[in-house]
Design a protein around this ligand. Sequence first.
Ligand SMILES: Nc1nc2c(ncn2[C@@H]2O[C@H](COP(=O)(O)OP(=O)(O)OP(=O)(O)O)[C@@H](O)[C@H]2O)c(=O)[nH]1
Ligand SMILES: [Mg+2]
Length: 509
Amino acid sequence: MACARLWRGPFAARGPCALRVRGVATDAHVKRKADMARNRKARHFVDTLVVEVQAGHGGDGCVSFHREKYVQIGPAAGGHGGAGGDVYLRCDPSIHSLARVPKRVVAQNGTHGEGGWLHGRGGRAATIHVPVGTTVRSLGWTTNERLAQAQPYLAHVQSARARKAVTIDVATTPELAHSRSCVWRHFPRFEEDNYERAHFAAAEAKLAQELHAYRAMLRHLPKAQQSVASQSRWTACEPRNATARTAEAGWSLDLLDPTPPSEPGVLLARGGAGGFGNPHFLLERYHAPKIATRGMPGESLLLALEYKQPSDVGLVGLPNAGKSTLLRCLSRADAEVGSYSFTTLRPNLGVMHLGADGRLLGAHSEQPESQRLRVADMPGLIEDASRDRGLGHDFLRHMERCSALVAVVDMGPLNPRPGMDLVIVRRELEAYRAGLSDRIALVVANKADLLGEGSSSARAEAQDKLAKLRYDVDALFAPRTVPVVPISAKLRLNIDRLVQQLPRLPRHD
Ligand SMILES: Nc1nc2c(ncn2[C@@H]2O[C@H](COP(=O)(O)OP(=O)(O)OP(=O)(O)O)[C@@H](O)[C@H]2O)c(=O)[nH]1
Ligand SMILES: [Mg+2]
């Protein structure tokens, strides 16, 4: 009995669940569910992103001497460190959002060299996959602790090489002495001793020479093999202040073609070179070098990614005009349709398949395909979207990549002057980017099924409304002629006429 009192069963649930279980789904409940589903989907579409890229650091060289039975003090046998992994960017046609790109991409560090002449393993490269149509802009380099520490000494070594006086005075420049300790590795308990020896000056000179050669090698690489970081005037051994974040980089790249499978992609940041093991510092009169160098820091970079979905035709208009309905009618896209504003929160892409006769091909059509058009359905634009009303107008960046725009207006009875909608659309497009409204090449008068129902006077009224729209369009786009096509996307009326016009629209590339 007590048990029955405690267990009230699923029907006793409160809130929306209760409504659903009892089969009394209210409008509010349905709308809330739809909103949740839409927001969930919208989160999967990310079109701008700032990514921090860090290539792997080189592994340290090793200070070691060969030992074996009866050989107590063998030759220097420290291996070199492995190079750090590079970071690449690949353009992948199967991706349509930046949602899966991590905000920080770090390639693997190289492993340290070991005794017995064992060199370290190179770090694994990291690859960022972005959709076709992504613009990459370099925002400069990020703070690189490791580089910041080593940089003063590396710069000193580079500049002092010309003066042939590398060795530094610890007493007068303590920060340089600290920086120096971040570059060299020593045999245990030999740190102080090493710096005092005459051989060390020779080793420093050799390091300066290596740095110079490494820098020259990077400079003389073909442009395609240079990393984006170095093109933004940054290299690991460039004498400059590495902690500063710069705005001077200004490098950008438009990725309009997929990366071929045989290529690794765009090299964003190069991994640091591995450090030298102690055999590297063998001199004629110095057979037991007790020094090695640490690996070079990997290049680091801050990137702004922007995805602009490329398409042939973009559908623009006020909310509820029927853009998504039209996209569903023209393609197999599963765009959400709703009788409330802002049903579409992110651009939807559909592909129109056309036959040789210029008509749409159905799912089971046996006719061969002669042409394809990518059609993008945009979220609704409202007045002052450019001032961040509604969804704002950030999504308009996708229209920059549409070769032609088609304005969709609602001809229903609730919209007495559809021409005014075009004024708003045109103004908002211009507010986003001057000249963008010139891409409007066709006006679709949608919901024409709601016109002219019943009596002949209603039909005359409908014709009058259409004539007024044509007049408004001519006035708005003069001296260009922009055709107006009345259709009903919902009932699929006059779609063939529209489909025939779409491939012939003037293109802006
Ligand atoms: N009668 C009629 N209704 C239509 C037609 N086309 C669309 N609708 C209705 O208009 C409403 C809005 O359609 P959507 O396709 O979601 O409009 P939208 O322009 O994509 O709206 P947003 O995504 O909010 O910008 C839905 O209820 C559709 O059923 C049409 O040709 N005739
Ligand atoms: Mg929509």
